[in-house]
Design a protein around this ligand. Sequence first.
Ligand code: G6P
Length: 362
Amino acid sequence: DANDLEKGTYPHFMLKEMDEQPAVLRRIIKEYTNEAGELAVPQELIAEIKQAERIYVVACGTSYHAGWVGKELLESLAHIPVEVFLASEFSYNQPLLVEKPFFIFLTQSGETADSRQALVKVNEQNYPSLTITNVKGSTLSREANHTLLLHAGPEIAVASTKAYTAQMTVMAILAESLRREKGIEKSFDMAHELGVIATVIEGILSDKEDIHEIVKKELADTRNAFYIGRHMDYYVAMEAALKLKEISYIQTESFAAGELKHGTIALIEEGTPVIALINEDNVASHTRGNIQEVKARGARTMVVAMEKNAIEGDDVVISNVEEMLSPLTTVVVTQLIAYYASLDRGLDVDKPRNLAKSVTVE
Ligand code: G6P
């Protein structure tokens, strides 16, 4: 069908969509650069969010995971408190809201029923909202007050890849826009840094066979696996675990590395794969400690680390980028891990069992 034509020489949409990520990042930077050469979102949107005492991010699945990264970006760059909610929980358990809330709906498709239901509730209460979506004219885009597009191009594979990186990028630009508007001093050049990240992702993608080798060696017959990390690495771990489980059917869970000792470590047996993500200076030694703890109980560990915090023997070393934006590079490694784990098991990478690209029932 027409879809297969779009795949070109790629065996799977997922592989094509992962490979498109550097181009998507560059396209987003271009789309959101104003005449003054600054990264910006429309002024009406900035004016409205500026009034808010607190932002509530509502989403499902991969978009929900992007929401956690967005929270960190908005809080640290723009100094606005943010809470993140699963749409399926929000609708019948609305949190106690501040007097002036602002809602952000993150949804690749713009059609997810759980998210839409939450937006209907928000609209009934006349609260201002923004939908960040890949699909122009989608339901959530039409029903929110503002829309920011992801410009990622159609995403066909059920496992979301480029939409996740695009969501984080657009959230970063929104946070940067708000920071500038509020006159908060900048700690790094966002436009430059996003450009660097596009190049670093290209590097990861061009070495993808190295990741395939690691997967063959470490994940070939396993039935379960764990991802661990702290802070930004924990948010990426949540997405990494979802990706791996949804297309390889390896039962994968993510844990904030410090929580392992409060229960999960009981599951570690001889040979259990544990993948640790290490980017930030202030978590590196603590996560290293957790790796030792699981190793001592027989785990087979893999480490994905940022260059400045990497040590001899780490499995994947990623070039240094701004710590706050490290999910953009790290997640690509974990997408490739999921892809190869699925491929090597002979599974249907693009259409995993029981899942749909867009879930339009609550
Ligand atoms: C489905 C898809 C996921 C996606 C989620 C939310 O479950 O399989 O990949 O993250 O819906 O979709 P949305 O379009 O709202 O981002």
